[in-house]
Design a protein around this ligand. Structure first.
Ligand code: DGY
Length: 436
């Protein structure tokens, strides 16, 4: 049965409203009861179709908890909730409102530009962009200062949680080098909300916690953490998001009459683009991670290596190869885009980031494919996103073979991406719905 787009919008809007906590949205009830960085930014792309002021407030709230060094943390613990581990008592970051001590993919600039470009209330959008752009620029500066101390042009993540793709196969080898001695006894909470078979293994969790304890032992001093971390990986997806956000910050800065900020963002993006070619793998026909601690490419074909289309990275031939690879993976499953190559023996269709399809990733890849001049590939990805919610509602992630919804239910960013897709289908063969 074809999807009724108006009904899809209304259902998505209901999820957004249910997860709204006033100044921020939670990703989902139970599993994630606080504000998460990239969830929150991407949610603004859906919230704007309900209330533009509320969408900007989502970003404003997140940035109110930026660290003095420029880092924007991955979780802001606005309330106390024992249903989540690790909470503030484990992180001990000593912030006025407790936060975690690591960051997440910087989709902020990408989101701000879309909020500004497509705003109905232009004065509000210009005013908010003017207020927020210095903070976004400080975050990007921080990335290249503290996560690329050797000045290579590309930033590393120092904890798998920073990637947002927590238990990806991409991290297996690097994470295996993280010790587990000295991990304080702990009780996981995630597996009380979601079946263990859809979540990371204990061996990974122990190492996630070891890294948190290690960084805490260094007083969360970002000037030291990169070099002190046994886990340092350059993720092509993460870097592509940062480059695209710098491209977008430069455009916003030009429009607001801030040429120095624009030039600075363009210089960062140009340097990163020049370094990016080293992440291409001929063997996999896509970009792959680089294990900075080990000094070699990671032998793993993941969605992180497809995301660079978001910033139109690679040659036109490489971009076409990525579109062909997405078709190939889809041919091995039923719904795109699996988070790992489905024919990799390490692939697991239901385990979080080791196989399932994620609608936020689909949304960014669809945007990127269109930007690379590959509209048909882009529309196929969008059609799959709609088919997934038609099959299983607004889940956190989906089994790419069956379309079964997995992880947390009534998930904010899934709803936000669908609300945005059905409202903004202009220019594609998907028809947009009339206003809410
Ligand atoms: C979790 O707790 O699984 C989160 O993904 C960490 O950010």
């Amino acid at each position: 049965m074809p999807l009724d787009r108006k009904a899809a919008f209304e259902q998505a809007a209901a999820v957004l409203r249910r997860n709204d906590r006033g100044g921020y949205t939670i990703p989902t009830r139970g599993l994630y009861p606080f504000q998460w960085n990239w969830d929150s930014c991407l949610s603004a792309l859906g919230l704007r179709h309900l209330d533009e002021r509320r969408a900007w407030l989502e970003l404003e709230t997140l940035l109110a908890h930026q660290w003095p060094d420029g880092m924007v943390p991955h979780i802001v613990f606005h309330v106390e909730d024992e249903g989540y581990f690790p909470g503030p008592k484990i992180w001990r970051t000593n912030r006025p409102t407790p936060t975690s001590g690591i960051t997440q993919p910087p989709v902020l600039g990408y989101v701000m530009k879309r909020l500004l470009d497509e705003a109905k209330d232009k004065p509000l959008a210009a005013d908010m962009a003017r207020q927020l752009i210095p903070k976004a620029a400080a975050w990007h500066r921080w990335f290249y200062a503290d996560r690329d101390p050797a000045n290579t042009g590309l930033v590393a993540i120092i904890h798998p949680w920073e990637s947002g793709r927590d238990n990806s196969i991409d991290w297996d080898e690097a994470l295996a080098r993280v010790p587990t001695e000295g991990v304080e006894p702990y009780q996981r909470r995630d597996t009380q909300h979601v079946d263990q078979s859809q979540r990371p293994h204990k061996a990974e969790y122990d190492r996630y916690i070891w890294l948190v304890q290690h960084f805490r032992g260094l007083d969360w001093d970002n000037a030291e953490l990169h070099d002190a971390s046994p886990f340092r990986v350059v993720d092509p997806g993460f870097n592509a998001i940062l480059i695209r956000s710098d491209d977008d910050l430069a455009d916003i800065a030009d429009r607001l009459g801030k040429p120095a900020l624009a030039a600075e963002a363009r210089a960062r993006a140009a340097k990163a683009r020049a370094a990016f070619g080293a992440l291409w793998s001929e063997r996999h026909g896509q970009f792959v991670c680089f294990d900075r601690a080990a000094g070699r490419q990671v032998d793993s074909a993941s969605v992180g290596g497809l995301l660079p289309v978001l910033a139109a990275l690679g040659t036109p031939e490489q971009q076409r190869a990525i579109a062909a690879l997405i078709r190939r993976w889809r041919g091995l499953t039923r719904f795109g885009i699996a988070s790992h190559a489905p024919d990799d023996p390490r692939f697991e269709a239901k385990r979080y980031w080791r196989g399932p399809a994620w609608i936020i990733v689909n949304s960014m890849i669809a945007d990127g494919l269109a930007r690379c001049g590959l509209p048909e590939a882009s529309e196929q990805v969008n059609r799959d996103s709609l088919a997934l919610i038609e099959t299983s509602g607004f889940a956190e992630y989906y089994d790419p073979h069956t379309g079964e919804g997995l992880g947390g239910g009534e998930f904010t960013w899934t709803a936000a991406m669908i609300a945005d897709l059905v409202m903004n289908a202009g220019g594609s063969s998907l028809s947009p719905v009339a206003g809410p």
